[in-house]
Design a protein around this ligand. Structure first.
Ligand code: ARG
Length: 489
């Protein structure tokens, strides 16, 4: 760690800081990944300082050139740049110091009308904007995969469950679309929180604004924000946008986890609804027969850490007075971990779903058992003018009788049926075929393949609409994930 003389904030202190404090205080090992957005924001700040005459134009130009060189340096070898400066307190100090090394005196003017308090939160918002776009992109990819599966499996019958008990026959395509809907809501959640993310805190200073004639609208526009934060105290201390991102991410992880749980069950010998592809399954070190669903299991497990990150942040925030407090530095590690986890989870779920094989025979066979046509038996009578409760009772009796005699409803003959209700007729057998139970559920949003295909059309249109919003806004990809994935810094 630097001696106090080299610390950029040294001034009032006379004694060296304790080494343990330096280590404890440092956020550089994890906020290093903010370097792109930090340079971007500093360049715009310098440009604004020059334009408003707060610093000389020539100095502004030198600062911007210096920052461009630093960008190129880091881009060339991120790791080496970081390793050479491990002792820095945070990314903001590291870049400012490097700028001073490169261009000398003008660098010392960059921090005019700015504090690290507005700087760090500006960086974090910009970085998160990149993550927000990246997440939306990955969600769209997953929704496309699910919708294609729905197209392929619209006619495939399978048991639908409530309480994990067989309930009514459904279309497998319908099942895929149900998951697609969840991820659609997730996409919308990220779109919604993007609106609040796009506020610009730069120019709020340490907490109270500044005495210089800064132009906040200029930096807002140049950085791609929609408007300046309205209150300087709030601007430097607000981390709602981090909490919202953590929540939206947790919700995606919960949806991934729920889907994973089904895939794990379906791959068991007891269900055998799907077969795992060798490329996405692992073996056991001891049991030669094993093919384990590690991908969905890890997806289910990783939901825990993301939800944990949300909780940790909420607890950090709950007791904080205005305005900046160092506790806020704790907003980052959990967020970075969440972003990294979420992006890899979304991507692998898409590839995993594309790889599994559907065991069609087994799905069809499983639909023949378990009295899943009982509701249809009741509906049959209702359509002949009987009240639903009376019809429900008659079929209940038929089910009881069948269980006792180890039969299915389809095994009962006409006279057996008549015992339960005189209005049961010969065509009942046809009516109760699982395929017919499926075909007849044509209500809006229902499971009949015909309706599922209609839904698919709507889903495609919706996905396209989301993709277009996205393109219109422009995606700052460079700020997204690059140093997030590999980084264990
Ligand atoms: N590393 C700090 C953070 O992540 C930057 C802000 C420091 N501000 C301060 N007043 N010490 O929050």
């Amino acid at each position: 760690m630097q001696s106090n003389k080299t610390k950029l904030w040294a001034g009032r202190s006379t004694e060296e800081t304790n080494k343990l404090l330096d280590e404890f205080n440092s956020s550089f090992p994890f906020d290093f990944r903010l370097w792109r957005v930090d340079i971007k924001a500093s360049k715009v700040h310098a440009e604004m300082l020059g334009k408003t005459g707060i610093i000389e134009q020539a100095d502004s130009t030198k600062i911007i050139e210096g920052l461009n060189s630093i960008y190129a340096e880091i881009e060339k070898d991120e790791r080496a740049w970081f390793e050479a400066r491990k002792d820095e307190e945070d990314i903001h100090m590291a870049i400012e110091r490097r700028l001073t090394d490169l261009i000398g005196e003008p660098a010392r003017k960059l921090h005019t009308a700015r504090s690290r308090n507005d700087q760090v939160v500006t960086d974090l918002r910009l970085w998160l904007l990149g993550q927000n776009y990246l997440t939306c992109n990955l969600l769209i990819d997953l929704r496309i995969v699910l919708t294609k599966l729905a197209e392929r499996d619209a006619e495939q019958i399978m048991p639908g469950y409530t309480h994990l008990q067989k309930a009514q026959p459904i279309s497998l395509g319908h099942h895929w679309l149900a998951h697609q809907e969840r991820f659609t809501r997730d996409s919308e959640r990220f779109e919604e929180i993007r609106k609040r993310l796009k506020f610009n805190p730069l120019g709020s200073g340490a907490l109270a604004g500044t005495t210089y004639p800064i132009d906040r609208h200029f930096t807002t526009e140049k950085l791609g924000f929609s408007e300046p934060c309205r209150n300087s105290l709030d601007a430097v201390s607000d981390r709602d946008f981090v909490a919202e991102h953590q929540f939206a991410s947790s919700m995606v992880m919960i949806h991934l986890s729920q889907l994973s749980e089904e895939l794990i069950l379906w791959s068991t010998d007891e269900f055998k609804f799907i077969d795992l592809d060798d490329r996405f399954a692992t073996g056991s070190s001891m049991m030669p027969q094993k093919k384990n669903p590690d991908v969905p299991e890890l997806l289910r497990g990783k939901a825990g850490r993301v939800i944990g990150n949300l909780q940790a942040l909420l607890i950090v925030l709950k007791g904080l007075p205005l305005a900046y407090n160092k506790d806020l530095q704790e907003d980052k590690e959990g967020l970075f971990d969440t972003c990294k986890t979420l992006s890899i989870c979304l991507e692998i779920m898409s590839r995993f779903l594309e790889s599994i094989k559907i065991n069609s025979e087994r799905l069809t066979q499983a639909t023949g058992q378990g009295f899943m046509n009982a509701t249809d038996g009741a509906d049959y009578l209702v359509k002949k003018g009987i009240s639903f409760r009376e019809a429900y009772y008659a079929v209940g009796q038929a089910v009881k009788y069948s269980v006792e005699n180890k039969k299915s409803l389809l095994d009962l003959n006409e006279s057996e049926w008549k015992n339960f209700h005189p209005l049961f007729d010969l065509n009942l057998k046809e009516y109760l075929q699982p395929v017919n139970c499926l075909m007849q559920r044509e209500s809006y949003g229902g499971t009949s393949p015909k309706e599922v295909k209609k839904q698919i059309e709507k889903v495609w249109a919706y996905i396209e609409k989301h993709r277009q919003t996205f393109q219109k806004e422009g995606i700052p990809i460079h700020e997204s994930n690059d140093s997030c994935r590999w980084s264990r810094l």
